[in-house]
Design a protein. Structure first.
Length: 134
């Protein structure tokens, strides 16, 4: 049985990381190693409210036409990490995986993709720092 002070502590801490939407400052880094040196990397910054349910679609590259019909399907999870498999209905041979690492004030995700039939790979990393509530 939990003591009164432990219950108070749990209530004060609130829901576990990323269960309720929180506002994040996001930095998104896209890496395409097959391109020329000056085109290999892009960095974008934005703000967005995210909860655990939003992480499967939080990588901006998933909204690009080349990945139309692709989505991330959760494979496993624990308190501090989620892993996903990229599933593509309209792009046979396109494969990928993503992992999110969750901490109290920061989230880090990485998506690795290999486009089918082109032997082209790229990755996208998203880092989010909590700014507040939504």
């Amino acid at each position: 049985m939990l003591s009164t002070w432990r219950i108070c502590l749990l209530l004060a801490l609130g829901p576990s990381t990323v269960e309720v939407p929180r506002l994040y400052d996001l930095t998104t880094e896209t890496s395409m190693p097959h391109l020329e040196e000056n085109l290999r990397y892009t960095v974008e910054r934005s703000q967005r409210c995210l909860s655990r349910d939003d992480l499967a679609s939080a990588f901006p590259i998933l909204h690009h036409p080349s990945l139309a019909g692709c989505k991330l399907r959760e494979q496993s999870h624990d308190q501090s990490a989620l892993t996903y498999q990229l599933v593509c209905d309209r792009a046979p041979g396109t494969t990928g995986q993503a992992t999110w690492h969750l901490e109290e004030q920061i989230i880090r995700g990485r998506l690795d993709v290999k486009l089918g039939g082109k032997n082209m790979t790229f990755s996208q990393r998203v880092t989010g720092r909590v700014r507040g509530q939504c």
